[in-house]
Design a protein around this ligand. Structure first.
Ligand SMILES: Cc1ncc(COP(=O)(O)O)c(C=O)c1O
Length: 401
């Protein structure tokens, strides 16, 4: 009789040779429990999604309430659906002005696609600029602006009019000119290894885009909703992008993405022709209800501020372990942290040992010597103590080999 695990390997498309393979029984707060009752402390939040922790009661209740009221009733943009409208209004209140109008999608990559298409149609230009080390999703448009050749190559030909500039290099910004429809950037690169640009870089980029009339798209799929200590990372630099892309924590654990811009820019999707960019499930009422509940908790409990304080505490505790087990660098903003290791082998061993001891943390996609931490923003000091003890143990084990 095949087990559930056997069926997972047979019937569910495998995306890597070594999946983590936890058989999830339930998840709450910062804890994921497997079918044998083993508890894992989740320092990754399902890759930046569970910012309120898993299954927050306010989100679960909102899902239940909306599911009992109505599920899908019509494709996007035709009916007035209360959760969608209320979430769009709430987002307009918390994103920087003049961003005001939201288009909801099912995922981050779909929101990036929408942002790129909007920029092309609005500007009438074709070229995009992106940055080395960036990650914007895996559909064709998003992949075309992804800054890692290894992941682009198997799927070429992709969009051809894309120029990649080095991340955080002021001198190359002159490469952005009047032919560019949009520049897309993560204000802090996530998959690229938690790379934080120097203070002047993003303001200079904003200036250059404005000077040549290129739209600036901030992909805040990972950095949004308090992860870096501000509600949106663009606030660290007091910069307003032309289009803000959101997903992951937006849905409070339900699939939801969005791109938000000014009324003028977003009006480009309404006509010439009408229905030029539509989605069946984008902005699903249950997901929007969950997103609204999640956003209210984030604001009421001041989770961005909390992430700033907790992140600083976590960073300092990790700094005290530098030098052990090949651990050679650490950086972060809020609760988005990156740990550098001297070799891919040391990184792999460390991740494996932590996992065995009951801590979930992750490699970044593009950097095999960086471990990324993105725990729920509600993580407690006691849980950080537990995490640091396990991390320290794993590093010491690395030293003893
Ligand atoms: C910065 C960034 N943009 C876009 C995406 C794609 O989001 P999704 O997986 O929801 O399509 C990701 C996913 O990790 C991301 O980190």
């Amino acid at each position: 009789m095949p087990t559930l695990r056997d069926d997972f390997f047979h019937f569910v498309c495998q995306t890597s040779p070594e999946p983590l393979g936890i058989e999830v029984e339930r998840a709450h707060g910062c804890i994921v429990v497997d079918k044998n009752g083993k508890e894992y402390l989740d320092l990754l939040s399902g890759i930046g999604v569970a910012s309120l922790g898993h299954a927050h009661p306010a989100v679960v209740q909102a899902v239940k309430n909306q599911a009992e009221r109505y599920l899908h009733t019509m494709v996007y943009g035709e009916y007035v659906q209360e959760p969608q409208v209320r979430l769009a209004r709430r987002l307009a209140e918390v994103v920087p002005a003049p961003l005001l109008v939201t288009y909801f999608t099912n995922s981050g990559t779909e929101a990036v696609e929408g942002a790129l298409k909007t920029a092309r149609k609005y500007t009438g230009r074709s070229r995009f600029v992106s940055f080395t080390g960036s990650f914007h999703g895996d559909t064709f448009g998003s992949l075309s602006v992804g800054g890692n050749l290894l992941y682009r190559m198997p799927f070429e030909p992709l969009l051809s009019a894309v120029t990649f500039l080095p991340f955080n290099d002021l001198d190359t910004l002159a490469g952005i000119d009047e032919t560019v429809a949009a520049v897309i950037i993560e204000p802090i690169q996530g998959e690229g290894g938690v790379r934080i640009p120097d203070r002047e870089f993003l303001p200079a980029l904003r200036q250059r885009c404005s000077a040549v009339g290129a739209l600036l798209i901030f992909d805040e799929v990972i950095t949004g909703f308090g992860r870096t200590g501000k509600l949106f990372a663009c606030e660290h630099w007091q910069i307003v992008p032309d289009i803000l892309v959101l997903a992951k924590a937006l849905g409070g654990g339900m699939p939801l993405g969005a791109f938000i811009s000014t009324p003028e820019i977003m009006a480009t999707l309404s006509t010439d022709p009408p229905l030029a960019h539509v989605t069946t499930f984008g902005g699903h009422p249950v997901c929007c209800a969950a997103g609204l509940a999640s956003l209210e908790v984030i604001l009421q409990e001041q989770l961005p501020q909390r992430a700033l304080v907790t992140g600083e505490e976590f960073l300092q505790r990790l700094q005290s372990l530098l030098g052990m087990g090949g651990f050679c660098g650490v950086r972060g903003r809020g609760l988005l942290l990156g740990m550098d290791f001297s070799t891919p082998e040391a990184t792999k061993r460390f991740a494996h040992d932590c996992f065995t001891a009951g801590v979930i943390l992750g490699w970044t996609l593009h950097q095999d010597t960086v471990i990324r931490l993105a725990p729920p923003l509600i993580i407690s000091s006691v849980e950080i103590d537990r995490a640091v003890a396990i991390v320290q143990d794993a590093l010491q084990r690395g030293d003893s080999l």
